[in-house]
Design a binder for this molecule. Structure first.
Ligand SMILES: CC(C)(COP(=O)(O)OP(=O)(O)OC[C@H]1O[C@@H](n2cnc3c(N)ncnc32)[C@H](O)[C@@H]1OP(=O)(O)O)[C@@H](O)C(=O)NCCC(=O)NCCSC(=O)CC(=O)CCCCCCCCCCCCC(=O)O
Ligand code: NAI
Length: 718
């Protein structure tokens, strides 16, 4: 709703009230219309201020209403009512003015912002465009290039930037509402002719055609198949080619196509999913709202390689004192230099103070004795990690949380090396750890709810999206990767090339295909794991070379590693690079010849595999594992899996995540294709449909928010 009051006798103040972000629900829109009419009809009122309750102007349209029947007064006429008013209307922007919130402010005649406010049109991130005049008013106000940039990226501008761009008229360090009231009094009775943005002339400039061409090229390159950014450019284009009223019609038309699109549904689902994962729960009933995190002031990191360095940076930037440990002097010095550089670059980029003095480096593990939380990030070697956990258990003060950054080893086995297994959890960061937003927080069967809550809270402090997951080989993300990668290898055996498989996945929207990613992270990483698992049998021939434990196995990755082809780091992998460490993947004729020779050796006849089969086999094997993970209680819900895949594995956000995508395709269709492929490849376990997808499909494929009802709760000791 909206609350009306009168200040200083002559200023009508309209306060939006819809916690937590004063989104423009039907009730709020109705409230604004009613109170505007009241302010306009009261003769004592000479000017009007619009503000939001609790220091937040407005977070935009109420996204939760999008799925339902839209009731209440529409946004566009409501904003026109404000703009057409004969009394000056001033927006007092505190907190946020986003989406429809900024469009509402653009309908006002003046805008005053608090210095900490953020303004933007983030609709594109929800698969939409600013459909309440934003695409027509903003370019008229600040010009086409700046408007295009804000609208197609959806980024939030600071108040200072908004002032510089001309979006706001004044910025204050004090109460924006008080400043707006004062301002409203000062402009009462003045002409508003020059203040109605819709009446401004169409933006003109000799290089507009070039600007639009460049913008379109850029969004097509970076959008990876997302339609909203392209449509945003088209809508802004209308602001320069059409008069305002016609431009609004075009905006409406383009908005309608986006509004009902699968991509908009996917992005809006993802918006709520990313927020829902913080409300974690475990199969045994531990929950976010009943588990209290421990205070953490001092943290320690053991092992300062690729991951340990990034983790140290994240902890220091979160304001913690950090002890960083490498046992060899030389490695310690190298790491120190690298971390200092990372901190410096990051401080510059983010405009925050340098956190270099937060980190103390040490060659002795004894230095972690008084840390509240320790994160181990040494090599992925169970024996080494076990020794370190035994040491830590003896060294650390009672109550210290012991965490591991393992990519998939058994948390419980590590916990069993300590005197307090309840204080052991996994904190699985993603590379580069100071940049990537995802953190998988892994609870073992003995981890305490308090330990889990502490790790989740630490993730939040570091600006990560933390997802709580159960303990199993590879946890959620890497476990699902296995059948996906396996299918990609099998496709090569059957006749595809890495370029073909990658192209299909990149057209789907992944930033990089599976083989390019494998070259980037290093083929040796998986090789080491497979060796430790006894899967690598050098020199094996005949049928046994491609079977392990009765299931189909592809030794292709092992064979490449035997040739020293570890990917980018060695300049050769699934692709070739101009030098070791090179970044640009080029098709490698050697690899093609190697594949032909491999197929001939194993009696495999190459066939032409179509786009659909490549995509379905890779994605559906991954999705099938996701259902198994849900069924096993490793992830609490499909949202957790989807957030992990979008933030950690480059799954295109506009496709919602693998589980959402399965629902969009249709669970019966996914099941039917899995059954088909499993019939063709009965020796591939990953293609055998999991019983949960069968159960859901048999229950008329309920919507994703109801899937949890179909999962039997496994017992856990947590
Ligand atoms: C605002 C934030 C920056 C705050 O961040 P933070 O403090 O970190 O809190 P959060 O945890 O993010 O959020 C707290 C809580 O609030 C919920 N929430 C946030 N924003 C919204 C919102 N806008 N609506 C609903 N709920 C919201 C959030 O989910 C949290 O709750 P929880 O999930 O329970 O934990 C941050 O929240 C943020 O960035 N918010 C989103 C801002 C945004 O994207 N705004 C744009 C919204 S879209 C918009 O404004 C659309 C338009 O401009 C178009 C308007 C035109 C409308 C016309 C519709 C007509 C329909 C035509 C049909 C056509 C079809 C046909 O023709 O056939
Ligand atoms: N590299 C990646 O992309 C990811 C790795 N991980 C996991 O993180 C862990 C570390 O991986 P990376 O950083 O890639 O390895 P890395 O090889 O880059 O670094 C490991 C570091 O540990 C140090 N080290 C070894 N023994 C030590 C000891 N006893 N005390 C102190 N330091 C010791 C080494 O000198 C080395 O600097 C592994 O468990 C890995 O599985 C997790 C996510 C992603």
């Amino acid at each position: 709703m909206a609350f009306y009051s009168r200040v200083s006798g002559s200023v009508g103040v309209i306060t939006l009230q819809n916690p937590p972000v004063n989104a423009l629900s039907a009730a709020v829109r109705q409230g604004i219309v009613d109170t505007m009419h009241r302010a306009l009809s009261e003769p004592e009122v000479k000017s009007v201020v619009i503000c939001g309750q609790n220091g937040k102007f407005c977070g935009g349209a109420d996204i939760r209403e999008f799925g339902a029947n839209m009731r209440g007064p529409p946004l566009v006429p409501m904003i026109h009512l404000i703009e057409a008013a004969e009394k000056p209307v001033v927006a007092a922007i505190e907190g946020v003015a986003l989406g429809g919130g900024l469009e509402l402010a653009l309908g006002c005649h003046y805008r005053i912002a608090h210095s900490k406010a953020r303004l933007g049109l983030p609709e594109v991130t929800l698969g939409l465009l600013p459909g309440a005049g934003g695409t027509q008013r903003l370019p008229r106000l600040i010009g086409v290039p700046a408007a295009l940039e804000l609208i197609t990226t959806g980024r939030h501008a600071t108040a200072a930037e908004a002032l510089q761009l001309g979006i706001v008229d004044e910025v204050t360090d004090h109460s924006a509402v008080d400043a707006a009231v004062k301002f409203a009094q000062s402009v009462a009775g003045k002409s508003l002719d020059a203040r109605r943005i819709s009446t401004y002339p169409r933006p003109r400039s000799p290089d507009l055609a070039e600007i639009f061409e460049k913008a379109m090229k850029e969004v097509r390159r970076s959008a990876r198949g997302a339609i909203a950014p392209v449509t945003c450019v088209q809508a802004v284009h209308a602001s320069v080619t059409l008069p305002y009223a016609k431009g609004m019609e075009r905006e409406r038309e383009l908005f309608s196509t986006l509004f009902t699109s699968g991509q908009a549904h996917a992005l809006q689902y993802y918006f709520f999913a990313q927020r829902a994962v913080s409300r974690w729960s475990t199969p045994s009933g531990a929950r976010w709202d009943t588990s209290k995190p421990r205070p953490v002031h001092k943290a320690a990191v053991i092992g300062l390689g690729t991951m340990g360095r990034g983790i140290s940076v994240s902890l220091a930037q979160a304001g913690l004192s950090v002890v960083a440990v490498e046992t060899q002097e030389k490695q310690l010095l190298e790491a120190k230099q690298a971390v200092s550089g990372m901190l410096e670059r990051s401080a510059k980029r983010r405009g925050v103070p340098l956190a270099d003095d937060k980190i103390k480096y040490n060659c002795s593990v004894q230095a972690v004795a008084d840390a509240d939380l320790v994160i181990e990030a040494v090599f992925e070697d169970m024996a080494l990690k076990k020794t370190i956990f035994q040491q830590l258990s003896g060294i650390c003060k009672p109550g210290t949380l012991l965490c591991t950054n393992t990519s998939g080893l058994d948390i419980d086995e590590l916990a069993s090396q300590t005197q307090s297994p309840e204080l052991v959890v996994g904190m699985h960061f993603f590379a580069p750890a100071h940049v990537m937003k995802l953190l998988e927080v892994v609870y073992g069967p003995r981890s305490s709810p308090e330990a889990l809550a502490t790790a989740m809270e630490m993730g939040k402090k570091m600006g990560k999206v933390s997802v709580a997951v159960g303990n199993c080989r590879g946890f959620v993300g890497n476990r699902m990767l296995k059948p996906y990668l396996e299918q990609a290898f099998f496709l090569l055996e059957e006749g595809a090339t890495p370029e073909q498989v990658d192209q299909v996945l990149e057209e789907f929207g992944f930033a990089m295909g599976v083989f390019k990613v494998s070259d980037l992270s290093g083929l040796d990483v998986g090789w080491k794991v497979r060796k430790a698992d006894g899967l690598v049998v050098p020199g094996s021939t005949g049928k046994s070379a491609r079977i392990r434990g009765g299931s189909r196995y592809s030794p292709l990755g092992d064979l490449l590693c035997e040739q020293g082809r570890f990917g980018q780091k060695t300049g050769r992998g699934w692709y070739q690079y101009d030098k070791p460490g090179g970044r640009v993947a080029k098709p490698d004729p050697w690899l093609h010849g190697f594949l032909e020779e491999y197929r001939a050796r194993h009696g495999l006849v190459a066939r032409r595999i179509d786009h659909q089969e490549m995509l379905e086999r890779c994605l559906y094997a991954l999705i099938n594992e996701g259902f198994q993970i849900l069924q096993d209680g490793i992830a609490a819900g499909p949202e957790d899996i989807d957030v992990i895949y979008v933030l950690g594995y480059g799954w295109p956000r506009h496709r919602g995540g693998p589980m959402f995508y399965a629902g969009l395709v249709g669970l019966d269709k996914v099941l039917e294709r899995l059954e088909h492929y499993h019939q063709v490849y009965p020796d591939v376990l990953g293609l055998k449909p999991c019983s949960l997808i069968r159960k859901l499909a048999a229950s008329s494929s309920p919507p994703i928010h109801r899937w949890r009802e179909f999962i039997q709760k496994p017992r856990s000791q947590l």
